[in-house]
Design a protein around this ligand. Structure first.
Ligand code: ATP
Ligand code: MG
Length: 595
């Protein structure tokens, strides 16, 4: 099954989808246009996936449009590497799912009506860039000055914050607030030309220094920053503030519903002020806030993830333990699971911690249907079947996925020497141990029942070999096929098995809320979160492809390790390394229950 097969169930209704439906029905907007606007200052994480699924999902369900927009107005933190990874990740998450029209580049303009997507571009999402609007943003800022709604302020950042004051008491107006329009226009032009050093002047809105909402006390529109931008180079030394750039970008792209997380609720009056102050001809976008995703046993802000990368606490942004989309993909999580997760958690107005088990069960539900069953022995112990001759080989049929017959069957070799997992043998087992023991019987999956006759140890007393007898009559179709034993274990033929590196990943943190009580999240990193072992696998796994998902029977879900590459194309020869996506059951729940 391909990575992008559209198997995601429709998302249930929520308050945002209701608003969009109402606005379309009332004719307020002929088409819904949403956007996903990441700042290219890091890789996308699972929180972004919630926003992507919401924004692109709405466009998909209402036959509207959704723009991927790089919110690149802060030159010092942004990089081309991040732009590329964001594009690759969004494409991966919604590429095969979204309507073809989504994300096609549409030219924005200040006066005209929203332009429909052109037919020209390809399937890959073409991002928009806020930096493409710098010229228009500047023109609109000049317009605000002309209307007496913006002024150049000479206060430095500390003074500005002191004048702004606290919500309980009115702030103090800047001494520069009453500058004439002419003087403001002149100074603003000189700021643009680079006449003043960083931090010496700002362009500020002129709203209300007494507002109880601190974000309406003349917030800055532009700051001076002599910095090289990853796209516009050294063309600008004046950059728009996020709160100004955002509504303008939304308007220019004809966005109808600007969906963001709850912490922006208090910024909404300013968002509306910017657009309303400009007397713009088109229907204005509406900002709507929803609760951000917080997930147990991880941290999610890009700043913190960057720290983990920079301090070498993980192998990179795509480390399979990271909550980044590139990490999750490398770990074997499919976009279908992320989209099902987004649908499962829904969209609300209340911030809370989502249990990681909810996410894990979405991953298991998805993988269970597509994963190819394979036999793999992670910690091998040798079994010698004394009644099978050397060179004698039996071929048994094995189903690739019991819940999906279309995935077919394969043949597996059964020979005199096998490997089983050392966990599946105990010399002195506790009660109710149904796996192999001296004198005991067990069924080998897809093959037959064996009996352990003799335990061979080395000089140090370590078990090195189990000498057993195979009862071939108990194989499928044999005279004794119906014979029952309590345990069934996995195995591989020693003559056929291949060796490969297997990486066993676990949660990155030992605490559900790594930052609770002001704790440093780095102090609760899980030291057991990554183990590398050499395993013995059935030989079909030598042909594993990037898109395949596997269930190593009785062990867990695994995938070929494919590090992130900006082109999305795997290197031609990938070394045979398998990453554990997750175990078959929620073993942590059991651990917790024991406590
Ligand atoms: P971070 O704190 O991780 O840097 P951010 O909000 O600064 O996140 P942006 O790149 O600005 O990151 O976010 C792009 C979009 O993704 C925004 O619309 C934001 O609301 C949304 N988003 C970011 N984090 C989450 C989250 N945890 N849950 C839901 N949406 C999120
Ligand atoms: Mg941000």
């Amino acid at each position: 099954m391909s990575e992008s097969e559209p198997t995601t169930p429709p998302a249930p209704a929520d308050f945002i989808r209701d608003i969009v439906a109402e606005d379309l029905q009332s004719g307020k907007h002929p088409l819904s246009v949403t956007r996903f606007p990441p700042e290219p200052n890091g890789y996308l994480h699972i929180g972004h996936a919630k926003s992507i699924c919401l924004n692109f999902g709405i466009a998909r369900e209402t036959h509207g449009r959704c723009n991927l927009r790089m919110d690149d107005t802060n030159p010092t933190k942004e990089e081309v590497e991040y732009v590329e990874s964001i594009q690759a990740d969004v494409d991966w998450l919604i590429g095969g799912w979204a309507d073809d029209r989504l994300g096609r580049k549409v030219p924005g303009d200040v006066s005209g009506s929203a332009v429909l997507p052109s037919e020209a571009s390809g399937r890959t999402l073409e991002p928009f860039f806020a930096s493409d609007y710098f010229e228009q943003m500047l023109a609109l800022a000049v317009e605000l000055i002309r209307r007496g709604k913006a002024y150049v302020c000479d206060l430095n950042p500390e003074e500005m914050s002191e004048y702004r004051g606290v919500p309980e008491r009115p702030g103090k107006p800047s001494p520069w607030r009453e500058r004439s329009v002419e003087e403001n226009l002149d100074l603003f032009e000189r700021m643009r030309k680079g006449e003043f050093p960083d931090g010496t002047r700002t362009l500020r809105s002129r709203i209300d220094m007494a507002s109880p909402n601190i974000h309406l006390r003349d917030p800055a529109l532009y700051r001076i920053r002599h910095a090289t931008h990853h796209r516009t180079g050294d063309r600008w030394c004046l950059y728009p503030m996020y709160d100004y750039a955002h509504p303008i970008s939304d308007y220019l792209e004809g966005i109808t519903h600007s969906i963001c997380t709850l912490e922006f609720e208090i910024h909404r009056p300013f968002y509306d002020w910017v657009l309303q102050s400009l007397n713009l001809p088109r229907t204005l976008p509406r900002q709507i806030e929803f609760a951000r995703l917080s997930l147990g046993y991880t941290v999610m802000s890009k700043r913190k993830l960057l720290l983990l990368v920079e301090e070498g606490l993980v192998s990179g942004w795509d480390d399979p333990r990271m909550p980044t989309l590139s990490g999750l993909r490398r770990r074997g999580v499919r976009p279908e699971a992320l989209r099902a997760f987004a649908a499962a958690i829904g969209v609300t107005k209340y911030n809370g911690l989502t249990e990681v088990s909810v996410f894990e069960s979405c991953i298991r539900d998805d993988l269970n249907l597509v994963a190819l069953r394979r036999l793999a022995v992670l910690r091998p112990i040798k079994v010698v079947l004394t009644n099978i001759a050397e060179g004698e080989t039996h071929w048994f049929d094995a189903v690739n996925n019991p819940s999906n017959p279309e995935l077919g069957t394969r043949k597996i070799a059964f020979t005199r020497e096998l490997w089983i997992d050392s966990d599946d043998f105990m010399e002195v087992p506790p009660p109710k141990y149904f796996r192999l023991r001296p004198g005991g019987e067990v069924r080998l999956k897809y093959a037959c029942i064996i009996r352990c006759d003799e335990v061979v140890k080395d000089a140090a007393g370590e078990v090195v070999e189990l000498r057993c007898t195979a009862d071939l009559e108990t194989r499928s179709g044999g005279a004794n096929a119906a014979k029952k034993v309590k345990g069934t274990i996995h195995w591989v033929s020693a003559a056929h098995a291949i060796r490969a590196e297997v990486r066993l990943y676990d949660r990155l943190f030992t605490e559900e809320a790594p930052e609770a009580d002001g704790r440093d999240f780095k102090s609760v990193l899980n030291p057991e979160s990554a183990h590398t072992i050499t395993a013995l696998l059935e030989p079909t796994l030598a042909e594993a492809r990037q898109t395949d998902r596997f269930q190593f029977e009785r062990v867990g879900y695994f995938t070929l390790d494919v590090p992130y590459s900006p082109t999305g194309v795997a290197p031609t020869s990938v070394p045979l390394i398998f990453n554990r996506t997750l175990g078959l059951k929620d073993s942590w729940a059991k651990e917790m229950a024991k406590k």
